[in-house]
Design a protein around this ligand. Sequence first.
Ligand code: CU
Length: 484
Amino acid sequence: MYRRRFLGLAGIAAVTGVGLPVGAMAGGDPPPPVRIGPGAPKGPFSVRMPVPPTLRPVARTDDTDVYRLDVLAADLELLPGVRTSCLTYGGGFVGPTIRAREGRRVLVTYRNRLPEAVNVHLHGGHVPADSDGHPMQLIDPGGQRRYEYPNRQPGATLWYHDHSHHAEAEHVYRGLHGFYLIEGEDERRYGLPTDEYDVPIAVRDAEFDSAGQLVHGDPAKRNVILVNGRHQPYFPVAARKYRLRLLNSSTLRFLKLNFGSLPVLQIGSDGGLLPAPVDRTGTDFPLAAGERVDLVVDFSGLPVGGRAELTNQGQYTGDDRVEPVLRFAVDRRASDRSRVPAVLRPLPGLPPAAVHRELTLSFDLNGTPTGLVNGLPFDPDRVDQRIRRGATEIWTVTNGDRATKYGPIQHSFHLHLVQFRVLDRDGRPPLPGDAGLKDTVPLPPGTSVRIQATFTDHLGRYMYHCHMLEHSSAGMMGQMEIVD
Ligand SMILES: [Cu+2]
C-alpha cells in the first residue's frame, strides 16, 4: 500500500535523516512555511489539544484487566477542515491510553482490520518475549493476537506502537501509537497531580501534501508539529499544578522542548520516577524519538486568561527558529491539594557487572542505505547476543556515523525488556536527560554511551535498535536471547 522509495538522495535522506538538521547534524535548508492543505489556516492555537481517551477494560478479574483494541484505518481531522487518512489503534491518531497498575496484569487483544500485517510493541515494558511485539510476530489482516503485560515494574510512562518488520517507521508515522501508563504501588502516596491533571502529551513531526494527506518521504520536509494529533493546539488549564508526560513520538526527529519561565519539576524519565524531583525551570528538554519525560508544571502563578507556550528550540541547526508547539490557556481557578515531595522513588542499586559488550550503530551507504549494528543488518534468524537470565551487564554503544559521505548522522539507542541506567558518555557524566531508569537515549554522531542493565525474569528473544524508526526499518537492529 505504501511504497518506500530508496532511490536517489531523497531516498537516502528519507531513510537516514541526512538533511534533517537535528543536533550535531548540519546541513539542509529550513523547510518551507507550513501549508495547511485545502482547509484555510486559522493560525496557531485555534484548535484544542485532545487528550487521548482512557481505554475501558472489557472484563476485570481479581488480578487482571482485559482489553480489546482494533487496528484500523480512519480519516481524522489533524489539520482544521481536512480529513487525513491515518492508521490507528481504536480510531484515534494517538490511540486510547491504557492505564495499568503495578502488579496487576493486563491482557490486550488487538484485532487487525487493516489490509496489511501489523503488530504491537509495549515500549519500556518488562514483558514475556511472545508479548513483546517481535518484528517477525505479526498480526495478519483479519487476525488478532493477545498480548500479556504483567506490569511487574515500577510505575512509568510507557507507550505502545507498531514494530512490524520493515514497516514500523511508516506505520508509526501514519498513526499507530498510544500511551500505556503504569501507576506504581507507591504513587498515590506521593500526592502528585492525578486524574484530569495528569496529562499525556505526544509531540511529533509530519509532512502533509496539498490535499492534506500524510507524506512519508524526505524527513527535512516534515514541517508540521502535531501535539496529540493536532497542529499547534491550545490546552485549557486551571491555575494549578499539572503532571505532564511528554513523549517524542516522531519516527526520526529529535525535539528540544521548552516551557519558558513556567516552573517545571522533572519527576521521572522513561522507566519511572526519579529519586527526587529536579528543578528544570527554564531548561530545554531534548527528547530523542521514543523518549519520555515526566514533569510537574505549575500554572498557579498565571491569572485566569493568562497564557504560556511550550516551544521547540533549535529545531534547525544554525537557525534560531523557535517553533510554537502548544499554548496553555488558563481558564479557571481550581483547588490544588497535589504536591511534589522532596523524596520520590529510590532507584534500584547498581550491582557489579560481569559482562561487557560493545555495539556500534552505523549505516552502509553504498547503494540502498542499510542500517548496521556491529557491521551487520538485522537478521531475524541470527542471535547477536546471548545473555544469562539475571545477569548484570555494561554495554558501550557507539554511533559510528560521525563522518559519512552525506555528513554526520544522528542515532539513538533503545533496549527492549529492561530499563537501564546511563553510566557515562565518552567518559563524562551523563546528560540531564539520562537521569533515572531509561530505555531510550540519544546517540549523537561519533559519541559513545555506557549503559548498565540487569536482565531479569523473562527468557527469549528481544530487540535492541536505533529508535529512529527509519533506521531500524533499514536494518539497524540486533537480536538478543535471554537464556538460563
Ligand atoms: Cu539511527
